[in-house]
Ligand binder design. Structure first.
Ligand code: BTN
Length: 267
């Protein structure tokens, strides 16, 4: 049995005591262990739970990554959390929310640690070329509108190098590795949620052009020659633009502009 006192646990009380937000995380479900915070939040949202609810866990036993990949979510090392959002946006705009999340986490890291993360399409955050944060948003639509979005964010915070599974070690990093500091996860979570709330409110008032522009500035592949992998297909070209729904526009060798909705950029 783990000794609870020897860990800095993310309890509901601890989280609420450090938050500076107005509407995000006013209700918190904090788990010691859960399958997936996204799945729990999705079930709650389907039952009518309101916007802003935070679901967070010390460990996920079935953490979900994009494309049905597994997301490694070890106990007490990271921030594994999901938010229920109910933006009044048309269905086509659902693709913008992950960019909003990426920019917000990057800004939080910059404010909290003075490090400058890059973003990699579609929604990875990197430090020194290694991934420390992934975003998985899942959307439910109703009559052509968004009913709710589950915004799932996984951040590797206090892992040491040898605490990553061998197969991820070359590509993964944590905030601790990059900053040489053991990070107070509750304080850092509060900063992430504050930036998210600011950017989300700004986007609702002013549209998402500025968010997309901030994202593009952090994207080192933007404007460069890239290879996009989509299932069994590969496309080569210049990353020319992100459209207003968050799709990647690739200028291929034949001069055509190819719209890519989903995929990964190969390094
Ligand atoms: C990716 O890069 O593949 C996305 C990873 C998203 C992981 C987070 S951790 C919290 C939330 N719950 C999940 O099951 N997944 C997301």
């Amino acid at each position: 049995m783990r000794d609870k006192l020897s860990f800095d646990l993310l309890s509901e009380d601890k989280i609420k005591s450090v938050l500076h937000t107005e509407f995000l995380a006013k209700k918190v479900y904090a788990f010691w262990s859960v399958g997936s915070t996204n799945e729990f939040a999705y079930r709650r949202a389907s039952q009518g739970e309101k916007e802003g609810i935070l679901v967070i866990a010390e460990e996920q036993t079935k953490g979900k990554g994009r494309k049905s990949r597994q997301w490694d979510s070890p106990f007490n090392k990271g921030l594994w959390f999901s938010l229920i959002l109910r933006p009044e946006l048309s269905a086509a705009m659902a693709g913008i929310v992950p960019y909003l999340a990426g920019v917000s986490v990057a800004e939080a890291v910059e404010n909290f640690l003075g490090l400058k993360p890059d973003v990699k399409w579609p929604n990875d955050l990197l430090l020194n070329g290694r991934k420390f944060c992934g975003i998985l948003s899942e959307v439910e639509f109703e009559n052509g509108q968004i009913n709710f979005i589950i915004l799932g964010i996984g951040i590797n915070v206090n892992h040491k190098k040898d605490e990553f599974p061998q197969e991820f070690r070359a590509q993964a990093t944590s905030l601790r590795i990059e900053s040489d500091l053991r990070i107070d996860r509750a304080d850092f979570l509060a900063e992430v949620l504050l930036q998210l709330e600011k950017n989300y409110s700004y986007m609702k008032q002013n549209g998402f052009e500025d968010i997309i522009n901030k994202w593009k500035k952090r994207c080192t592949q933007f404007g460069k020659e890239i290879i996009v992998v989509q299932d069994d297909d590969k496309y080569q070209g210049v990353f020319e633009e992100l459209d207003d729904k968050g799709c990647l526009l690739l200028r291929t060798k034949d001069g055509k502009l190819k719209k890519i909705v989903a995929g990964d950029i190969a390094f």
